[in-house]
Design a protein around this ligand. Structure first.
Ligand SMILES: *Cc1c(COP(=O)(O)O)cnc(C)c1O
Length: 243
């Protein structure tokens, strides 16, 4: 698509990201259309999300329930929302009830939350929800993400005991400061190999969500199928991260 003369900065930045994704995909001999770009819009206004939507992008990510619940109803229903933040059990119902076009929860790291999601999806009568198991690949003390040694157990639980959830792969942030290293990506990739082997899932059907603004090209070269990109598209976030 040709860039209109008055295109906004976020739309221009998205185009540049998409072409960098394409080049990284080519370097790793993979089709670029198999790599999903989640435009992470946390802290950013609906008007800016709309600008990126208007040039054709449909996948957006948020990590605070209160924020996605406020923004989603103001935006078109064909957006595929990804929830990428820490999820507490008392927020599961508001999230699912208010965001009917929630496509995926990328940050599942607890069996109880999985059971809760499963039940609420059933109660609301919505279609099954895709989930990724979040893995803490940096070994840093952190509340988010299961240890690499625990990802098989949680993936198995979802696959065997949560009929309203679709186990779709693994996600990692890497370090707590939102950076990550090749070792983190390699760890996630090793986790996938183990989970797929044990659960009998082809690796191509198990996503790897890894890579953010600073490192998405390297993540793609190491097998990422889903990159989560915030500041490079929307500009630096203006107020500090909560929590
Ligand atoms: C904020 C956030 C991102 C995006 O980070 P950028 O460095 O701005 O691209 C990606 N993943 C998660 C889980 C986030 O919370």
């Amino acid at each position: 698509m040709a860039a209109p003369a008055m295109e906004g900065a976020a739309a221009t930045a998205l185009r540049s990201v998409l072409s960098r994704v394409q080049q990284a995909a080519e370097r790793s001999s993979r089709p670029a259309d198999r790599i999903r770009v989640v435009a992470v819009s946390k802290t950013k206004p609906v008007s800016l999300i709309r600008q990126v939507y208007d040039v054709g992008h449909r996948c957006f990510g948020e990590n605070y329930v209160q924020e996605i619940v406020e923004k989603a109803p103001q935006l078109p229903a064909d957006i595929e929302w990804h929830f990428i933040g820490h999820l507490q059990s008392n927020k599961v119902k508001p999230l699912l009830a208010n965001v009917p076009n929630l496509d995926m929860v990328e940050s599942l790291d607890d069996e109880k939350i999985a059971n809760h999601l499963d039940r609420v999806v059933a109660n609301l009568g919505r279609k099954p929800l895709k989930v990724l198991v979040q893995v803490n690949t940096s070994g840093e003390e952190s509340k988010s993400g299961v240890e690499p040694s625990g990802c098989l157990e949680l993936a198995k639980h979802v696959k065997l005991n949560c009929p309203n959830l679709i186990f779709s792969g693994l996600m990692t942030i890497g370090m707590l400061d939102y950076s990550s290293t090749p070792e983190n990506f390699q760890t996630l990739s090793n986790c996938r190999a183990e989970v797929c082997k044990e659960l009998g899932i082809p690796e191509e059907q198990c996503e790897l969500s890894m890579g953010m603004s600073a490192d998405f090209e390297q993540a793609i070269e190491m097998g990422s199928t889903n990159v989560r990109i915030g500041s490079t598209i929307f500009g630096a976030r203006e107020y500090p991260k909560k929590g």
